[in-house]
Write a protein that binds this ligand. Structure first.
Ligand code: SAH
Length: 232
């Protein structure tokens, strides 16, 4: 056998499978962003447990294990796995926590939160996406996720307050209704900034004494939040 062929065979056999490679990238990124918390194994386990390929359209299945954002229906996107991991990590989800998601999209982020043991309440403004995501989540065994059609910028008052809130579309400013629906000690993770430009991922924490603390985490790019508190 030619030496280069042997080398190629060895490389092919030792290269990690796509999902494992994606997980290596996610772990590496987590370490960069938050060196003290690189061992957030629960988040990594949840990402490894949720089959991302099931949440992307047929024509993008081949790319489902890439650490990249991908298109879903209606011009929306499913986030890059490293961003999903980072946002999930920032929420500090504990089993049984009530978590509100604004922007159900494909349902992938909701499934990751459910895999962490959260009780997930997800709001989607586009009825067709909401319907498809709800059916997908049920089919894949995440039937506990509740999906609601509406303007998530207004939160989900009937189910408030929440231990954590995650917004997966970029808002011009932090919607007051979401802050109001956070429990004391609760955490809100949200991209804030103009549409079609770089935005900042914010972590807003409601301290136990009611005060709010805001921290800029990193630059991100998300599709615009619509609705009342959405992009002008
Ligand atoms: N979290 C999703 C990705 C979301 S993309 C996933 O894991 O696949 C952003 C989503 O937010 C889109 O589906 C968009 O329709 C939705 N959205 C935009 N504005 C919204 C609003 N005001 N309320 C609820 N959903 C909204």
């Amino acid at each position: 056998m030619r030496w280069w062929l042997a080398l190629l065979l060895v490389a092919a056999c030792t290269a990690p499978a796509p999902q494992a490679r994606m997980m290596q990238q996610v772990a590496g990124y987590a370490r960069l962003i938050d060196p003290g918390e690189a061992d957030d194994q629960r988040v990594l386990d949840a990402l490894a447990a949720v089959p991302r390929a099931e949440f992307v359209p047929e024509e993008w299945r081949h790319a489902a294990s890439a650490d990249a954002a991908l298109p879903i229906a209606h011009g929306q996107t499913i986030s890059q796995p490293t961003i999903v991991a980072l946002m999930t990590h920032l929420l500090r989800v504990q089993p049984g926590d009530r978590v509100l998601e604004v922007g159900t999209g494909s349902g992938y982020q909701a499934a990751v939160l459910a895999a962490m043991g959260a009780r997930v309440f997800s709001v989607e403004i586009l009825p067709e996406l909401a319907r498809e995501a709800a059916a997908r989540l049920t089919r894949l065994g995440y039937a506990s996720v509740r999906v609601h059609v509406g303007d998530g910028g207004l939160g989900w008052p009937e189910e408030a307050p929440f231990d954590a809130i995650i917004v997966t579309a970029a808002a011009p400013t932090v919607p007051p209704a979401l802050v109001a629906q956070l429990k004391p000690g609760g955490r809100l993770v949200i991209p804030v900034g103009p549409r079609d430009a770089v935005q900042q991922l914010l972590l807003v924490t409601r301290e136990r004494d009611g005060r709010l603390a805001e921290q800029v985490v990193t630059d991100v790019r998300f599709v615009p939040l619509r609705g009342e508190s959405g992009q002008p």
